[in-house]
Design a protein around this ligand. Structure first.
Ligand SMILES: Nc1ncnc2c1ncn2[C@@H]1O[C@H](COP(=O)(O)OP(=O)(O)OP(=O)(O)O)[C@@H](O)[C@H]1O
Ligand SMILES: [Mg+2]
Length: 470
């Protein structure tokens, strides 16, 4: 076993010498969790996030001074949690802090117990921290000893928990230690319990634990929710919700990624606006280089519907036809779901952070949490289904006078206004019959009763569909 190392040597040894750490604390140009991020000049730079990074560095300073801390970094998928963690890891390593990373994996229902901790332990062992024998079975590739599992009984688990806490404490005694635990939304029960055990014992160790998780994955019954509710009550634990990049930062990111792509300024600005500050969306849109929704991004977005039941999917499909938000009444009429099914579907869509209720008092309407998700759902409708749903919504809208049921386009949305068919329908006093066999534009009416239409549907390749005959 190598000699324990301290200070900068140890940091370099752990971050550079252990494949786990290298794979996860990666530079921005490496393959991301989503796997398809664009590369180019300036991609290594952290855009925005100065305030968030400064706050994390203060946590790190406290930890280096013997005031152990934990930060739970939450945020939507692709918002930039890992990128921020990487920036902190680099700064930490530069200051002589040991940096170790463990990552949870999406293994469906069969998550490996203690997976991120086994990566952390491997990194610590590699850097010279002795591990108690009870932990040897946890190391990656270990065969000689069975992995302890939640079913091994309380005393077995306690031994493991205690040994992990001991290893972390011993490592931090040699040099300050940053432990990054990525993607805790995929953590198995053993990992969640071990994390709670460790955080409850934060004291004078020179230790900062940074856990990341996707807040948009945390639906109402997600098992991490209950753990988090307990963890954030601990005095040394703080939770940070990483919001979208500011519009300026999003544009800077888009510019950096598109530096060699020859994309014009107007398109760059549209892409930045469409990303709504989500770094991953911005990168994917830049890589596509046009106003379309790239197929890879659409697929990522649509996987969020995989866990939903039929009513929730039905609600989302109809909501995807409205420009911004759609009223409960209109959804009910258009979906033809029973009241109970509609409520269940809406609750599920809201709980999975796909739809958000309009916060304005007295309004009972819902909007997609992200416009690109709505676009993906809309583009995913079958051609016949799209025609049928548009026709149904058009008919329902035409019947409403002064109660449009669909909110106006909010400022800053990216779609250009197109010809307004609905208005002519209103003037003539009767709805125009749907044009059979064509894809109709998204329907909407403003609160003033004027109609407007959404963008022409785009194909996944990004090219607008050809104009339709009036
Ligand atoms: N502030 C930033 N500056 C530059 N690039 C960024 C920034 N934030 C994120 N990115 C880039 O955007 C992409 C997505 O970011 P990242 O992987 O950190 O998101 P995430 O929140 O960890 O997503 P997930 O929940 O899927 O793990 C990556 O390619 C990342 O390098
Ligand atoms: Mg990540």
């Amino acid at each position: 076993m190598p000699e324990p190392r301290t200070g900068e040597d140890a940091a370099v040894a752990v971050t550079a010498g252990v494949s786990v750490a290298r794979a996860t604390m990666r530079p921005m140009t490496a393959e991301g969790a989503h796997g398809t991020g664009a590369t180019g000049p300036g991609t290594d730079e952290l855009v925005g996030r100065a305030g968030e990074l400064a706050a994390l560095l203060r946590d790190l300073d406290a930890a280096r001074g013997g005031n152990a801390r934990a930060v739970l970094l939450a945020g939507d998928a692709g918002i930039g949690k890992s990128r921020l963690a990487t920036a902190l890891g680099r700064a930490a390593a530069g200051a002589g802090v040991q940096v170790v990373v463990g990552r949870c994996l999406d293994a469906g229902g069969s998550a490996l117990p203690y997976l991120p901790f086994s990566e952390v332990l491997a990194a610590l062992a590699h850097a010279g921290t002795p591990l108690r024998p009870v932990l040897h079975g946890l190391l990656p590739g270990a065969e000689e000893a069975p992995r302890p599992t939640a079913g091994d009984g309380d005393s077995g688990r306690l031994q493991v928990f205690d040994a992990v806490a001991g290893a972390v404490r011993d490592a931090a005694a040699g040099a300050p230690l940053l432990v990054v635990l990525e993607d805790l939304h995929w953590a198995d029960r053993s990992t969640r319990e071990l994390l709670a055990f460790l955080l409850a014992r934060l004291g004078s160790q020179r230790l900062l634990v940074l856990g990341t998780y996707r807040s948009d994955d945390l639906h109402r019954r997600h098992p991490l929710r209950a753990s988090l509710a307990e963890l954030v009550r601990l005095p040394s634990v703080r939770r940070v919700e990483l919001g979208p990049l500011s519009p300026d930062a999003a544009l800077a990111l888009v510019r950096a990624r598109a530096a060699t792509g020859g994309v014009d300024e107007a398109t760059l600005r549209r892409i930045a606006a469409r990303s709504e500050g989500n770094a991953f969306y911005a990168e994917e849109l830049v890589a596509a280089g046009s106003d379309g929704l790239p197929g890879g991004l659409a697929d990522v977005l649509l996987t969020r519907l995989d866990r939903l039941g039929g009513p929730a999917r039905a609600v989302l499909r109809i909501a995807s036809l409205a420009e911004r938000s759609i009223s409960h009444d209109l959804l009910r009429e258009a979906s033809e779901l029973s009241g109970a099914d509609l409520d269940a579907g809406l609750r599920e869509a809201v709980s999975h952070h796909l739809l958000v209720p309009d916060p304005a008092p007295g309004t009972e309407s819902y909007a997609f949490r992200h416009a690109l998700l709505r676009e993906a759902v809309h583009d995913d409708l079958l051609p016949g289904e799209r025609v049928r749903l548009h026709a149904r919504l058009t008919e329902l809208l035409a019947r409403r006078d002064g109660d449009p049921g669909v909110a106006p386009r909010s400022p800053g949305t990216h779609w250009p206004r197109t010809t307004c068919r609905g208005r002519s329908r209103r003037r003539s006093g009767r709805p125009r019959r749907p044009t059979a066999g064509t894809d109709r534009p998204r329907c909407s009416s403003t609160r003033s009763g004027r109609w407007s239409c959404g963008p022409p549907s785009r194909t996944r390749s990004g090219s607008p569909e050809p104009p339709r005959a009036p």
